[in-house]
Design a binder for this molecule. Sequence first.
Ligand code: AHR
Length: 373
Amino acid sequence: MKRKIASILICAAMVATMIAGCGSKEEPAASAPAQSEEPAEAPAESEAEEPAEAPAEAPAGDGGLVTIGFAQVGHESDWRTASTKSCQDVFSEANGYDLQFVDCDNDSAEQLNAVRNFIEQDVDYIIIDPIVSTGWDTVLTECEDAGIPVIIIDRTIDDSDKYVSWVGSNFKTEGLAAGEWLKAYTEAKNISEVNVLVIEGSTGASATIGRTEGFKEIADREGWTILDSQSGDFTQEGGQKVMESYCKSYEGKFNVVVCQNDNEAFGAMDAMKAAGVSYGVNGDVILISFDACTAGLEFVMSGDITADFECNPLAAPFVEEVIKTLQSGGTPEKEVYMVEHWYVNEDILSSIEVNGETQELTVVTQEIIDAQY
Ligand code: AHR
């Protein structure tokens, strides 16, 4: 029998600041905010793999399975593929779940429809990775009225707090870290002129907003020139298209390219190669990326991407912890931050200062690549 837990949404109003730090690559870790202090304890691997133990009164839909609707952003990037796989692995039937997965193909209207269909289906929990950060309060109120707890992953929502928990990354910290690294790197390499081209992620996504804000804060402080900043929609094709046009419009004028995810960086590399622009640790252009998925790290190791700022997609084990807490009548943390690493090719800097805090830089090795998602 299903039990809908409207009151949980109220109980869960507690904002928890979990202590952060660097987690190991073997176990995904979450904490708050990225790379500060100590890591929150990652759920034990066995917990992520074992079926959720449902107390008698806990939601357990047809066949005793806990039903979950997951409205995923789409399939635009390697990061997204890893995020989807993380959820499908954890919320499997063998683990006691019936996962209704919807790929929203980066269409916000489609995502709202998916959530409303989950309400119709009367699922036990709804997971949303919000394509954009606004326009959520009405549908989240509908979830609340239906007594279905909502868990937000990855990107944030700006205009509603009607969800139980959010598990994701501090995107502004990622952008600040990229800026602080560039400052330290250009100083170490005696580069005095910094002329930047930015390829942003999808418009309206909190990942785009946070990374843009964080990097710009350092650029403004250091007096760098941001020549242009256009959306590549977090795709390889988008990154390539924007970079092709940048190569024509800003020929010989830029020495830094910031791509807001790895797939955009792959496209930008193709465009620069075609235009005869050299990039990476031995090239004329410093190439910065975000995500640090396997293929991104391979390009860091080969020296093509100069630095890659991780965005950890393995949120599902922490979402399962939230669900288990709810099932046992507890109050989950309102915010859970993923632990992330900053990856570089060269051993010329060991750390950077971000928000007054020392954060380590990790030189990519084959071992790290093999353990990455
Ligand atoms: O929201 C996370 C971002 O979305 C990742 O950086 C990007 O690769 C994805 O598409």
